[in-house]
Design a protein around this ligand. Sequence first.
Ligand code: GBH
Length: 464
Amino acid sequence: MSAASFPESFVWGVSTSAFQIEGATTAGGRGPSIWDGFSADRAEACDHYHRHTEDVRLMKDLGIAAYRFSVSWARVIPDGCGKVNAAGLDFYDRLVDELIAAGITPYATLYHWDLPQALEDRGGWPVRDTAHHFADYAAIVHERLGDRVGTWFTVNEPWVAAFLGYGSGIHAPGRTSTADAFRSAHHMLLAHGLGVQALRAAGASEVGAALNISPVLTPAQVSDFDRELTEEDAEAVARIDALVNRQFLDPMLRGAYPTDLVPLIERHAGLGHVHDGDLDVIAAPTDLLGVNYYSPLVVQAQPSEPADPAFPGSEGVLFCTVPTAVTAMGWPIVPACLSQLLGRLSREYPQTELMITENGADFVDVATGDSIHDLERISFIEEHLRALRTAIDDGANVRGYLVWTLLDNLEWSDGYQRKFGLVHVDFATQRRRPKDSARWYRDVIARNGLPETRARRPTLETVA
Ligand code: GBH
């Protein structure tokens, strides 16, 4: 294997999510979801519900092997439980057929944040029943697609859905209760476990979850991972790591909450919502861990700092900006964190095969005529692929890499201004145009490896 090539069986692809691309929020019998009215922008998104054939063709042109999409719960079961909407299932049925005809393996995610509004009206994720409704929904989707979809992700990034949706309130449903955020997190874990059981019982071949795993570092560690920490900084790092990462990894993969997190959960939410036996359900064996990696969280101890509502218990922890390159959203670009993260997961959870289920970045793209020059995106992906290659050399078991994302889309609370796509979308006309990064990624896939020469970041002049 040359320095820039990947294992022969390596799986290349892209990821999307239903609410961010489908649009058609009232078409074909879909029920409302918590996100429909939450973002200030109209939810027409990429109108993928009507344009899926074109979008599958775009993916075929990229030469990808795998496409991870999410299923809209409210399209399949408009009230979240009870009556099934056949037209909703028909949509995913057609999509899967088209993917297979294009030689693309479908990977389905069952929950990417778009809870049916009807279930939110009954209490949402803070309520335990929601986890049981999720398992019923999982079985229904599997019944229709399971003959062609082999790989299933239960929940996507439960930390974000619980702590931004119910804690800080910057995501739908916009509630701000720390107790509810912890309860939501537990019920999403339970939904995962019950979902795994339901999918296994139905004969699913592979199941897992996709987690946002953010390495937590001090500013000094960003340039030197091995830097010794003061006791205070080490404690701050461990506290944030427990909240964001281990709160989900440990129950799923070790059958227990991290011992350093339990007192915090108890203080904010009690433990009454954690029933006997739940952790056995949550720890049902899985086949694959989806890793969504964007950037590290950089923190240091700072006694006067108040808690950030998205990170309960973070009093005394300062979230820092560091002098690295950043994406347009201001997220630090630290590709080496990806190697470090994959190494850590391989050591601490060795039984689990890994897959990068999301990695990508938003930048302000430069258009010249019909072309869209997104060298910064190329460089971002390239550097992360080099870091991934390093981790594989060091023994990490990584099946593949999925770019976030195929299309410029509806970026949650940030709306349409954020551009994460390999393909540009003109939201006035819905015209799609592959960016330079799409062509570059196609070449990477075709040669199963990186080009010999690195992409150069554009200079300030070319961006202006
Ligand atoms: C992913 O989430 C989503 O799965 C996807 O739908 C979305 O479009 C994509 O990223 C781009 O945003 O800023 O304090 O919350 C990524 C979520 C963002 C979670 C960065 C951790 C850092 C901490 N991650 N975030 S904070």
